[in-house]
Ligand binder design. Structure first.
Ligand SMILES: Nc1ncnc2c1ncn2[C@@H]1O[C@H](COP(=O)(O)OP(=O)(O)OP(=O)(O)O)[C@@H](O)[C@H]1O
Length: 239
């Protein structure tokens, strides 16, 4: 579904990703793990062209997207959830979720609102349809952000440290929504520091260090028998 071939990303003279190649198959949940500054977010942002690779190519469903000028086409297919929610502050929960399908997919208001309501119910916020973001907790905001991304019916969902800005008691409610989503067969790429999520939910772990893809494999292999000193050192520090 997503193929990454020899992707390198350089900011000025700083090489942040170096010759990354991997394949993310349909329905797979991929956890991207690594120390701070290892390039995880940049890798994720290359997948939906928020960052353009300096070299190499990205393929989505066998079409190369690396040089597409119409990035909207990619964003429709690849949803993204950020650490800091980015909800529209002056729109209600319902309007936040139904806005893009009306604007971009040209859905009629009632159609968009019907789908949005279903998604908002699914993330457990059916009683907050008319609430504004400033009345929601961080965990609730993030669940709205997930519903909003899903409203575009993406083929792939990217999550960039979706629980890092949350108070600890709200982390679980967001991870639970993500687990449910994984069970529906959604293809998901998740940059995360939540090792239990990676262990329990991911099909594949990508371990990045200093911009290099150092290890790639199922979580049991990565967590139980990492092969590189870098991964061993990282796991020793955090587990
Ligand atoms: N737009 C940018 N311009 C210049 N340098 C950048 C830019 N974005 C990221 N970088 C640099 O790229 C490197 C990797 O950053 P990135 O955010 O991808 O790492 P990360 O592994 O996600 O880190 P963290 O876990 O701390 O979020 C860092 O040195 C960062 O300063």
């Amino acid at each position: 579904m997503i193929r990454v071939e020899g992707v390198t990303k350089t900011f000025d003279s700083n090489t942040v990703l170096e010759d990354i190649s991997t394949t993310i198959n349909q329905g797979e949940v991929v956890a991207v793990i690594g120390p701070s500054g290892s390039g995880k977010s940049t890798f994720l942002r290359c997948l939906n062209l928020l960052e353009k690779p300096s070299s190499g190519s990205i393929w989505l469903n066998n079409s190369e997207i690396t040089n597409l000028t119409n990035k909207l086409e990619v964003r429709e297919q690849v949803g993204m959830v950020f650490q800091h929610f980015h909800l529209f502050p002056h729109k209600t929960v319902l309007d936040n979720v139904s806005y893009a399908p009306q604007k971009v997919k040209k859905l009629k208001t009632n159609e968009a609102e019907e789908t949005a309501t279903q998604l908002i119910n699914k993330v457990g916020l059916g009683d907050k349809l008319d609430a504004y973001p400033n009345r929601l907790s961080g965990g609730q905001k993030q669940r709205v952000a997930i519903a909003r991304a899903l409203a575009m019916e993406p083929a792939v969902m990217l999550f960039d440290e979706p629980t890092s800005a949350l108070d600890p008691e709200m982390v679980k409610e967001v991870l639970d929504v993500m687990k449910d989503l994984a069970q529906t067969g959604m293809t998901m790429v998740v940059v995360t520091h939540e090792m239990n999520f990676a262990r329990e939910v991911a099909d594949l772990v990508l371990f990045l260090d200093e911009g290099k893809l150092m290890e790639e494999g199922p979580p049991t292999t990565f967590f139980n028998s990492p092969t590189t000193d870098r991964a061993k050192g990282f796991l020793d520090k955090i587990l």
